[in-house]
Design a protein around this ligand. Structure first.
Ligand SMILES: C[S@@+](CC[C@H](N)C(=O)[O-])C[C@H]1O[C@@H](n2cnc3c(N)ncnc32)[C@H](O)[C@@H]1O
Ligand SMILES: [Zn+2]
Ligand SMILES: [Zn+2]
Length: 371
């Protein structure tokens, strides 16, 4: 069996925070004055060591402490410092581009998505038969009953998710995801996207996986296809996206999710890891871990994706953190291509938050500050 997938640590290899030197800018109006080296040396003070007194007043604006200076991030506008772990939601690593502190960015307001069926249908590009109204069809119900019988016999097979029957509740679930995607400037996409500028679909070859990749059994492929069809009809998994002041967006069950239920496929744009090594996206996921590292592929849900990119990770460094895990992230060979699936690894009850291990394989995602 191939190793489980994990949120890629592509952008996490940098370890030092951006604690910049605050050098005074030369005044443009000051007249130029040239002095001899002798004169300069006579009046010059000995240079202070860079890591000593120079940073003595560097403090985090949240906790007011100057401890763990190497984890203090400086705002590119006001130069104020913040511990990575004092920011809300926490920042796991130093952004490679400019970073602006909460006061410079201003209040981030998350707008509610209109709870209007037609708007939700448009956002998710839901395809319905003429007489259907975004709810399970008779045909779907029959198929589900058959599937229950089929899956009872073989306990360890993947179960398709069970959409909430109540249409009003389902619209609320979809509206919560639409609001989160809109806040992240993302479009909904339930498939892997291959853009001509990134990766050709033919490069996603499961046989390139180092050590091989497990093939998704035929019955499980049927479950995956059924989930895809249900999604297209607006029969989404029973999940709500909520905003937590510490964890940021996070996903919670809005109904019972049985052990072994296929909750979602991880989707987004497929790119080569080598093109994303300096990318700030904290939701990158390994798709193909190739024998030849330059063939390694990642899923980047920065422009489009689905609910998977909002599911949070466990803290690998604490027992309580590990106890929270209720999902596993598994990579499969589906028709010769790699796919990443999120599957319940125990029964998950309504109101419970979903968590999986971001460090399933590479062990490089910094989760030590996770709740
Ligand atoms: C894949 S995203 C998950 C969605 C994210 N919470 C958001 O608001 O977009 C990963 C990021 O979520 C946050 N995160 C995930 N799990 C967390 C946890 N257990 N505690 C705190 N923050 C967490 C971290 O900021 C991490 O970089
Ligand atoms: Zn702090
Ligand atoms: Zn600032």
């Amino acid at each position: 069996m191939a190793p489980p997938s994990s949120c890629s640590a592509a952008g996490n290899r940098k370890s030092n925070c951006r604690v910049r030197k605050r050098t005074a800018a030369p005044s443009p109006s000051a007249p130029k004055k040239f002095r001899s080296m002798e004169e300069i040396m006579r009046v010059a003070l000995p240079a202070a060591p860079v890591s000593g007194e120079y940073y003595v007043d560097l403090r985090c604006q949240e906790c007011r402490s100057g401890d763990r200076e190497e984890e203090i991030l400086l705002c590119d506008n006001c130069d104020q410092g913040y511990h990575l772990y004092c920011l809300r939601p926490i920042v796991v690593r130093v952004p490679s581009g400019p970073w602006f502190c909460p006061s410079c960015v201003g209040e981030r307001s998350i707008k509610r998505f209109p709870l209007v069926q037609t708007k939700i249908i448009d956002f998710f590009r839901i395809q319905m038969a003429n007489d259907e109204k975004c709810c399970p069809s008779q045909d779907g119900k029959k198929r589900k009953r058959r599937s229950i019988v089929m899956y009872k016999k073989r306990r360890r097979r993947l179960l398709p998710f069970n959409p909430t029957e109540d249409l009003a509740l389902r619209l609320q679930q979809m509206s919560s995801l639409a609001a989160a995607l809109t806040a992240m400037n993302m479009e909904f996409s339930n498939e892997l996207t291959y853009l001509p500028t990134m990766v050709d679909r033919s490069s996603n070859q499961a046989n390139l996986e180092k050590g091989g990749m497990q093939v998704l059994p035929r019955e499980d492929k049927e479950a995956l296809e059924l989930c895809k069809t249900m999604n297209k009809r607006g029969e989404c998994p029973p999940l709500l996206v909520v905003f937590d002041p510490i964890e940021g967006f996070t996903v919670q069950a809005d109904g019972l999710i049985r052990d072994m239920t296929l909750v979602a496929e991880y989707t987004g744009d497929v790119d080569y890891l080598k093109n994303r090594e300096h990318d700030d996206c904290d939701s990158m996921m390994t798709l193909l871990l190739a024998t030849n590292p330059s063939d390694t592929l990642v899923i980047c849900p920065d422009k489009r994706g689905n609910i998977s990119r909002f599911i949070n990770g466990i803290n690998n460094h604490t027992r309580d953190g590990r106890k929270k895990q209720n999902l596993k992230c598994v990579r499969y060979n589906v028709d010769g291509e790699c796919r990443v699936l999120l599957v319940a690894c125990r029964d998950i009850y309504r109101g419970e938050r979903l968590y999986y291990d971001y460090n399933g394989y590479e062990k490089e995602y910094p989760t030590h500050n996770f709740v």
